[in-house]
Structures are given as C-alpha cells and as structure tokens.
Design a protein around this ligand. Structure first.
Ligand code: SP5
Ligand code: ZN
Length: 345
C-alpha cells in the first residue's frame, strides 16, 4: 500500500468515559487492564507514521441493530442508570448469571439488579456511568472507518475502545460492550464478501457467533488455545460454522509461548484460506496482546514479528480495515503498532 498517503486514523475521545476503578479476575478485584491510557500509548506509536486523525461521525442505530439484539443495546444504553436507581453501586458487575439450563427457560427477568447477569458472561467487564457513551463511540469509530473504505480509501485504522470481539448478538463480556468489528463487517457486505482476520491473543467468540451461519463473512482467528486461555469455551479447531456458514469459520488454537516462527507459519496458512475466499474487503481485528511482554496474553511475539505479520497481511492486497481490539502492555503498544504498520505499508 502507498506509504506516502497519510493513514486515516479514526478516533473519538468519548472512550475516556469508560474508566472503571476495578474488575474481578478469578473473583479478585484488580485494576482494569483495558484502560484509557491504552489509546494514548497507541497514538504515541503513530508519532513517526504519516497519518491524519479523523473524528468519528455519529451513526444511527441501523448498523448496530443489524448485529445486536435490541435488548442488549437498550441494556448497554440504560442498564447502569436503572441499576443505580435500584440501589446498585457505581461499578456494575453481575453476581448472578442467567443460565440456559433453567427449566423455566432463559428469560431475562425484570429486576434491574439482576439485569447485568442476564446480558454479561463474565466479571471482568465492569460498567460505569460513562461506559454507554464509550461503547457508542467505539461503534461510531468503526463505522466511520468503514465509510472511508466505502468511499475508496485503500486502508483505514479504527482506534476503537472499548474493544469488541467478545461481544455477541445478545451478550457482552471480555472487556467488550458492542462488537465494533462485526458491526463494521456487516455494514460492508453490500460491497461483496468480507473476511475478518482476528489476530488478538483471545478467540473472538462474539464475532464468531455473529457470523456462525453466515455465508457472506469469513471469520478466521489465531489465538491462545481455549484449553488454557480465555474465553475457555470457544475457539477450538473443530468449530467451522454451521448451515450456510459451514466452512466460513476458521479457528487456529496455539500453545503457550508461541513465537514469531510458529505464529507466522500458522498465519500464512490462514491467509491462504482468506485468499481462496477472495473477499472484496479484509478486516483485521487487531490485538497486540500476543506480544511477549503482554500482562494477560501467553504468546511470545517480538516487535519485529508484528512487522512480519503486517507484511503477510499486506500481501493479500485487499482494501483493509484495521479495528483495534486488545493489547495491554502500555510500554510496548506504541512500538508494536508502528512495527505492524511498517509491514502493512
Ligand atoms: C479484548 C480482549 O483482549 N479481552 C480479553 C479479556 C480477558 N479477560 C480475562 C482476564 C484474565 C486475566 N488473567 C490475568 C493473568 C495474569 N497473569
Ligand atoms: Zn485479547
């Protein structure tokens, strides 16, 4: 891709309003890994990358509702206010989870203090008063970047926060509120087949669910094996989609300490599947939690590994939408982003 044209980077400062004081990991309160400073670190990494900042443009709900249940959208928008009115504390984390195994059926119930457990699947995704505005902003960022591609840009980078790939049609979790990448992908299928390549350390269970039965969108992910890594229950290699979507889900589960060589070999094989899919648009769910120094990922990728990943993706030679997902090593994020982009362009 053309190095001289500045890279459009779509941003929205409303992300800062999602800043919970703690989350629960294995039942223990810890400072959130997914914090506003991540965006500062990524933007610092762009210092030597020719780019132009584009402010996100507000979009109506059509694209969001093409992916998510209206009940989930209403809960993200309003659930925290209802919880507060019912006496809940400032940080909303479920303590009781709705189960599909209840004999009376998986009804949502009516109690505002129970509602987070009806829509959320973990305890590591705290919601505060400003979270809804940030969730909306992240979707606007992704859709604004998708608009740039639709208008002919060869590449755009959506600096989304919070991330999105763990959020599904009717649930949220894994630090993700709305599924930014899925909303963008769905909005781009009018222009032909879409492929999503997910290189975050974690399996994108939400994106997989959105496109599980879909024949327009290929979802391909490389991630920590669910035998040891979050989200634990999805991302096994035998998950390939169903019905019309059978064969358009690709999962490659990798072991602890996966290094550049092993990762690049696996990525090359996945890119052959994408090439065969012949997508009109390629979207990357871009996580840097595969880095050796990442505090929650378990891989061992180096900064130069991200350059090689970028080159491998660039060789697919498709209009390219980059959507930010995870990556939690604040000291390495900027360098890893710059290295990745130097491979892409
Ligand atoms: C978007 C994304 O990357 N979401 C990841 C959600 C992971 N949530 C579980 C975090 C568990 C952290 N375990 C800490 C191990 C420290 N060595
Ligand atoms: Zn991740």
């Amino acid at each position: 891709m053309d190095r001289r044209t500045p890279l459009p980077v779509v941003v929205d400062d409303r992300h800062r309003r999602h800043d919970p004081p703690y989350e629960l990991n294995a039942g223990q309160p810890v400072r959130p890994w997914e914090r506003p400073e991540r965006i500062d670190a990524l933007r610092a990494g762009l210092a030597d990358v020719p780019h132009r900042l584009v402010q996100a443009v507000p979009h109506d709900d059509a694209a969001l509702l093409a992916v998510h249940d209206p009940g989930l959208v209403a809960f993200i928008d309003e659930g925290h206010a209802r919880w507060r009115e019912a006496g809940g504390p400032a940080v909303m984390i479920p303590d009781t989870f709705r189960s599909p195994r209840w004999a009376s059926g998986a009804r949502h119930g009516t109690a505002p203090l129970g509602a987070p457990g009806s829509w959320c699947f973990d305890t590591a995704t705290p919601v505060v008063a400003g979270s809804a505005a940030a969730a909306r902003a992240a979707v606007d960022v992704a859709l604004t970047a998708a608009d740039l591609l639709r208008d002919g840009a060869p590449i755009a980078y959506a600096l989304c926060r919070p991330p999105g790939h763990h959020s599904g049609p009717d649930y949220y979790g894994g630090f993700c509120l709305f599924n930014n990448v899925a909303v963008a992908a769905r909005s781009l299928t009018d222009g032909g087949r879409v492929a999503i390549l997910d290189i975050d350390f974690h399996h994108g269970n939400g994106t997989q669910d959105v496109f599980w039965r879909d024949s327009d969108v290929l979802y391909a992910s490389l991630h920590g094996d669910p035998g040891y890594a979050f989200p634990y229950f999805t991302g096994f290699g035998d998950e390939v989609g169903e019905g019309p979507g059978r064969g358009s889900t690709v999962n490659v589960a990798l072991g602890r300490d996966t290094d550049d060589e092993v990762y690049l070999r696996a990525l090359t094989a996945v890119c052959e599947r994408i090439e065969a899919w012949a997508p009109a648009t390629l979207i990357v769910s871009l996580g840097f939690d595969t880095a050796a120094a990442d505090p929650i990922g378990a891989f061992a990728l180096s900064t130069s590994g991200f350059h090689r990943i970028g080159r491998t993706i660039a060789a697919l030679d498709r209009p390219l939408l980059l959507v930010q997902e995870g990556g939690y090593d604040l000291d390495g994020l900027g360098t890893d982003l710059a290295s990745f982009l130097s491979g892409i362009r």
